[in-house]
Write a protein that binds this ligand. Structure first.
Ligand code: CMC
Length: 430
C-alpha cells in the first residue's frame, strides 16, 4: 500500500495522488501542495482545524491522550526537574544544556536584561488605566526600533542574539507595565538574582523597603513560566510565524503574538476566569452560570474550560491544579474564590453538556487562581503568560527562518461576495 491519498475531481475525473507524510508521532498529514497546480482547487478549513501549517520539531501534543512534550521531553518531567531558563534553552537549541552550556546561557540572558533608557518614556504615553497587554504590544514593538538596522534575520548568530534579547528583556518590559499602572518607579534588573526572582524584584519591590519574595511564590511562578513556555501552533504562535514569514522584525513578530494572546479565547482567558469567578460570587450561583454556558442563545462560555486540541485533559492543568492546592495550603490563604472554582469544576465535570463536548478545565482555569493567591492584579496575568511564551515564540520563529520550505504565509479564500457589476453614479443609486 503506497503512502498516498488520491483525490478525484468527480466533475472532470482528474486525479491527484497526494503523498501522506508521517511525523515522529501523531496523525499522518496529506501533502496538498500540488492541489491548485494539478486540480485548480484550494482547501477550505475555517479555524484551521485540520490544517498543519508547518513541519516542526519543537513541541508535540496529543489532545486525545493529554500528552505535551518539548523536544521529546514530557512536560511533567520538565515541570518536576527543570527550570524556566533551561526550558528556554531546550526550546531554542533543541537539546538540554550541559552545565557549562547552562552557565553560559544564564550569563548571556543576564547580559540582555536591561532596556534602553529612552524606552521607559513609552510607558508614560499610555493612559493611567491602560490594559497592560496594550502596553506590552506597544513597547515590545518599540524595542524593534533599537535593533532594526543591526539585525540580519538571515544570519543565524543574529537570530540567536535576538532570542537572548527577547528572553532577557521580557521580564523588564512586563514589570514596567505593572509599575506604571501602580504609580511605582521603574526598577532596574539585578543580575545577581535568578530569572524569576529578578522579575519579582523589578515588579513588586518598593524603594522604601527590603524585598524578599516568598520561596513558594518563586516556585509557583517558575512552574507557571515552564508550563506556558510553548504550545505548538496555537493562534499567537501561528501569528508570530505568519508575521515572520513576511520577514518582519522579530520584535514586531512577538508584538503581533502578544496582540493575539490578549484575546479571551486564548491567553486572556486567565484574566477572564477571575472576572467570571468574581461575578459568580458564591457557590449558590454556579448553576445559573452553567446554564448560561449551555444556552446557545447566550454568548457566555465557561472561561478556562475547553480546548481546541485537548479532548481528554490538559496536562498543564493537571500539574497546575496540584500546584495551586499546594500553594494555597502553604501560604495558608483562604481564597473564597478558590472554593467557588472547585465547586464549579466539580459540577461542570459531571454535566452531560461538558462531558459530551469533552470540555475540561484548561491551564488558564488554575493559573489565574495562583496569580490571585500571589496578589498579582488580574490585568497582569496575560502579560505574564506573554513573558513565558516569548521563548516558544522565538524558538518557532527561528525554526521558521531555517525552514527549507520558507515562503511568505498567504492563505487563500472562498469568495462569496457579489458577482461582477458596473459602477453606478451616486445620483443614479436608489
Ligand atoms: N463553555 C461552554 N461551551 C463551550 C465552551 C465553554 N468554555 N467551549 C466550547 N464550548 C462548546 C461550543 O459552544 C460548542 O458547542 P456545540 O458543539 O453545541 O456548538 C462545542 O463546545 C465546541 O466548541 P468550539 O467553539 O467549536 O471549540 P473550539 O475548539 O473552536 O474552541 C476554545 C476552543 C478554547 C476557544 C473554547 O473552548 C473556549 O472558548 N473556551 C473558553 C476560553 C478559554 O478558556 N480559553 C483558553 C484556552 S487554553 C489556553 C490557551 O491555549 O490560550
Amino acid at each position: 500500500m503506497s503512502d498516498t491519498v488520491t483525490i478525484t475531481d468527480n466533475r472532470t475525473g482528474k486525479q491527484l495522488e497526494c503523498p501522506v507524510i508521517q511525523g515522529t508521532y501523531g496523525q499522518p498529514v496529506i501533502d496538498t501542495k500540488l492541489l491548485h497546480k494539478e486540480l485548480g482547487m484550494f482547501t477550505l478549513d475555517p479555524g484551521f482545524s485540520t490544517t498543519s501549517s508547518c513541519r516542526s520539531a519543537i513541541t508535540y501534543l496529543d489532545g486525545e491522550k493529554g500528552v505535551l512534550m518539548h523536544r521529546g521531553y514530557p512536560i511533567e518531567q520538565l515541570a518536576e526537574n527543570s527550570n524556566y531558563l533551561e526550558v528556554c534553552y531546550l526550546l531554542i537549541h533543541g537539546e538540554l544544556p550541559s552545565q557549562v552550556q547552562m552557565d553560559e546561557w544564564e550569563n548571556a540572558i543576564k547580559m540582555h536584561t536591561m532596556t534602553h533608557e529612552h524606552l521607559s518614556r513609552f510607558y508614560t504615553g499610555y493612559r493611567y488605566d491602560a490594559h497592560p497587554m496594550s502596553i506590552m504590544a506597544g513597547v515590545v514593538s518599540a524595542v524593534a526600533s533599537y535593533y532594526h538596522d543591526a539585525t540580519d534575520i538571515r544570519n543565524p548568530e543574529h537570530r540567536l542574539m535576538t532570542a537572548k534579547r527577547v528572553i532577557g528583556k521580557m521580564p523588564n518590559l512586563a514589570s514596567k507595565c505593572y509599575r506604571f499602572a501602580s504609580g511605582l518607579p521603574f526598577v532596574y534588573p539585578h543580575n545577581s538574582l535568578g530569572f524569576v526572582e529578578n522579575f519579582m524584584h523589578m515588579t513588586f519591590s518598593r524603594p522604601s523597603e527590603d524585598y524578599e519574595p516568598l520561596p513558594a511564590a518563586i516556585r509557583a511562578l517558575e512552574l507557571l513560566f515552564i508550563l506556558h513556555a510553548d504550545h505548538e501552533q496555537n493562534a499567537s504562535t501561528s501569528t508570530v510565524r505568519l508575521a515572520g514569514s513576511a520577514e518582519s522584525n522579530p520584535f514586531a513578530c512577538i508584538a503581533a503574538g502578544i496582540a493575539t494572546l490578549w484575546g479571551k479565547a486564548h491567553g486572556g482567558a486567565n484574566e477572564a476566569v477571575i472576572q467570571m469567578l468574581e461575578e459568580i460570587g458564591d457557590a449558590s450561583k454556579i448553576q445559573k452560570f452553567i446554564d448560561r454556558a449551555k444556552d446557545k442563545n447566550d454568548p457566555f462560555r465557561l472561561m478556562g474550560f475547553g480546548h481546541r486540541v485537548y479532548k481528554n485533559h490538559d496536562p498543564r492543568a493537571t500539574i497546575i491544579r496540584q500546584a495551586c492546592h499546594e500553594l494555597l495550603k502553604e501560604l495558608d490563604v483562604n481564597l473564597p474564590m478558590f472554593e467557588v472554582a472547585m465547586e464549579l469544576e466539580r459540577i461542570a465535570l459531571e454535566d452531560d453538556y461538558f462531558i459530551e463536548r469533552k470540555l475540561y478545565p484548561n491551564v488558564d482555569f488554575y493559573s489565574g487562581l495562583i496569580y490571585q493567591a500571589l496578589k498579582i492584579p488580574s490585568a497582569m496575568f496575560t502579560v505574564m503568560f506573554a513573558l513565558a511564551r516569548s521563548a516558544g515564540w522565538m524558538a518557532q520563529w527561528m525554526e521558521l527562518m531555517e525552514d527549507e520550505d520558507f515562503r511568505i504565509g498567504r492563505p487563500r479564500q472562498l469568495y462569496i461576495g457579489p458577482a461582477k457589476r458596473d459602477y453606478v453614479d451616486i445620483s443614479q443609486r436608489s
